[in-house]
Design a protein around this ligand. Structure first.
Ligand code: SF4
Length: 219
């Protein structure tokens, strides 16, 4: 199902704060005094999200006070729905590589990946340590391509399941189905055999990356 895009995206600019923020769904871009985009995010209700940033104690993340101090302008792009906001946020982060988004990723950095082959319709997820017997682990990816990049690449290309097994069993597709990033095993849209074929392709490709990595490390 494609995401409808008939509504044009409306742009609203404000000074830092939440009073003039629109009560709408969309994406926000925070600029510093040099006009550089330093953070991009999305929200179902942009006004509520801004309140979390600009009210003391509203957002517990460590980087937020530093970010808020540097913001000089906020631009809102009103998409009208969550799926479009998700895609636009992704596009803008890739375009601007905002400093605080990159820092946020570093906070959660992980060197390895796990393919949850003990589950039906396995997921590819970040792994900090190798824990579960029977699961397939790849990495650590330290040199060259990062685990994060490989995760995004394979999860998107093969439209792998993202939710928990319990969620999948409920049979209700989520946003990832709407934006065509999940092949929706929750709806029975793919057979276990076909999906297993993807899992084997990903496994051999990631093993290849591991071998390249070892060679580079040796050299
Ligand atoms: S579309 Fe279905 S299977 Fe895919 S992540 Fe969403 S709920 Fe899970």
């Amino acid at each position: 199902m494609a995401v409808s895009s008939d509504e044009p995206i409306r742009v609203v600019e404000t000074a830092p704060g939440y009073k003039d923020a629109p009560k709408a769904t969309g994406v926000y871009l925070m600029y510093d005094e040099e006009g550089t985009v330093i953070y991009v995010g999305k929200a179902v209700n942009l006004k509520l999200r801004m309140q979390q940033y600009f009210r003391p104690g509203g957002d517990g993340r460590r980087s937020v006070p530093f970010l808020v101090e540097k913001v000089r302008k906020i631009e809102f792009r009103i998409t009208g729905n969550e799926a479009k906001a998700f895609l636009l946020e992704d596009e803008l982060i890739k375009k601007h590589l905002p400093r605080y988004n990159v820092m946020g990723r570093d906070d959660k950095s992980y060197p390895s990946l796990e393919l949850t082959v003990l589950e039906p319709f396995p997921r590819l997820i970040p792994a900090h340590r190798h824990l579960k017997k029977g699961s397939r682990y790849f990495g650590p990816f330290i040199v060259g391509v990062s685990a994060d990049e490989l995760l995004r690449r394979y999860r998107d290309r093969f439209k792998l399941r993202r939710c928990t097994v319990n969620q999948m069993k409920k049979g209700k597709p989520c946003l990832y189905y709407q934006i065509e990033r999940c092949c929706a095993p929750c709806l029975g849209s793919i057979s276990e055999e076909e999906y297993a074929g993807y899992v084997e392709k990903i496994t051999s490709s990631l093993r290849r990356y591991e071998r390249i990595q070892s060679k580079v490390e040796e050299e």
